[in-house]
Write a protein that binds this ligand. Structure first.
Ligand SMILES: [Zn+2]
Length: 409
């Protein structure tokens, strides 16, 4: 019953969405979040020959993989060697596949098939180009082309703005598109203020309607030990966050305004010093970019402070949910006390190689314990003195760049 109602409302909203898509400018590039300029062509490209590209195609065979075909000629003779290269974001490594060439020496085909450990979700971007060599030894590198790993086996919607590209599977309320676009637009000045290094690409949000679709592209990825189920993942090498929508856990407004900006902030962390270290530092920083969750978190953390049960930041600091909440309030305090750019300046130091702790000591010009006492006092803690630090425990780094293994709300 619920399912049917959702798809009916989805149909009703499709017309509205189509109008909105048209009204979103996709040509104006705003600079900060937009796609990086492709690198210039290599010098002496093509050698002594004239090269002509007759046709070029990218075909998604999701969930199996994708196929590249190219038709090209050289005045230097038949093409004897051809390879396609591609990457899913400017910060991911390049993959290379040799192509098979037909007898005429002009038609080339290269295929990528997913394998365990080498898979990407549907709608990952694909930037690709070819390297060709003719029988006279001339070498030619083509221009770059852009496509995406389309999932043509299901119905998806797509919306793009200067800030983000959103994909959502049929069954996810269609408002998720315009709401996410609007949230990221509102947050643009906030992202610009808080990160020194731009992403260099336009991030993607891929919202799944069900767990099976999410788990399909990479079998096994959806499950981890201990009976936990992974319902989302954010990865800089795809330049995207992928999330399963569950109306019983999170309304669509929250996905658009809080979850997606939080996960995009993790992508910025990768570009600005990395995501290892204390959970409260990393998750608090990502939560800092959620549009609407602040007041509720503040209420909760100030209550812990009043009641004398505020966890300390010493050692590894709080874990689980407390790490998100206390970490969020920490960044609010730091930016209110040490300047609106204090988050950015701290991450600049981390990116330059300081530890998180040393970066914060440099920004506040205080020892870590003095700084924490000041933070606890600001929160109204019944016990602002920092509890005696435990011997420093080794930090356990997350095994994979995966966040929120369980729904947070
Ligand atoms: Zn997170």
């Amino acid at each position: 019953m619920v399912k049917r109602e959702m798809s009916l409302s989805g149909l009703a909203l499709l017309a509205v969405t189509a109008l909105i898509v048209l009204s979103v400018p996709t040509t104006a590039q705003s600079g900060f979040l937009s796609t990086a300029t492709p690198p210039p062509s290599p010098t002496n490209n093509g050698g002594n020959a004239q090269w002509t590209i007759l046709s070029n195609t990218f075909t998604s065979n999701f969930p199996k993989g994708f196929t590249f075909t190219l038709e090209a000629t050289s005045t230097g003779g038949k093409i004897v060697s051809a390879a396609v290269l591609w990457r899913h974001s400017p910060v991911s490594s390049r993959t290379r596949r040799l192509a098979t060439i037909d007898e005429s020496g002009t038609k080339m085909v290269a295929v990528w098939e997913k394998s365990p450990g080498d898979a990407v979700p549907q709608w990952a971007g694909v930037e690709y180009w070819w390297l060709l060599q003719d029988e006279s030894g001339n070498v030619y590198e083509t221009q770059r082309w852009y496509d995406e790993y389309a999932d043509n086996t299901r119905k998806w919607s797509r919306m793009e703005s200067d800030d983000i590209i959103v994909f959502w599977q049929e069954g996810v309320p269609d408002q998720v598109g315009p709401l996410t676009i609007a949230a990221m637009k509102r947050l643009r000045p906030f992202f610009e203020l808080n990160w020194a290094m731009p992403l260099g690409y336009k991030p993607r949000a891929i919202i799944y309607a069900d767990f099976e679709t999410w788990a399909e592209w990479s079998p096994g990825r959806g499950t981890v030990g201990g009976g936990l189920v992974v319902v989302g993942s954010t990865n800089q090498s795809w330049g995207a966050t992928a999330q399963v929508y569950d109306p019983f856990v999170q309304p669509v407004e929250e996905v658009a305004n809080d979850t997606v900006p939080h996960e995009i902030a993790h992508l910025y962390q990768y570009a600005n010093g990395g995501t290892s270290g204390a959970t409260w530092f990393i998750e608090g920083s990502a939560t800092f970019f959620e549009l609407n969750s602040g007041p509720r978190i503040e209420q909760r953390v100030r209550r812990w402070a009043r009641e004398g049960r505020l966890p300390t930041l010493q050692g590894t600091g709080p874990g689980g949910r407390e790490a998100y909440d206390v970490g969020y309030m920490f960044w609010v305090w730091l930016t209110e006390t040490y300047g609106a750019d204090a988050h950015r300046r701290t991450w600049e130091l981390v990116r330059a190689g300081r530890t998180q702790r040393a970066a914060l000591e440099a920004i506040t010009k205080k020892s870590f314990i003095e700084m924490e006492t000041e933070f606890r006092t600001w929160l109204g803690a019944a016990n602002p003195q920092v509890p005696t630090p435990l011997p420093t425990l080794p930090l356990f780094l997350p095994p994979t760049p995966t966040y929120e293994p369980t729904p947070r709300r």
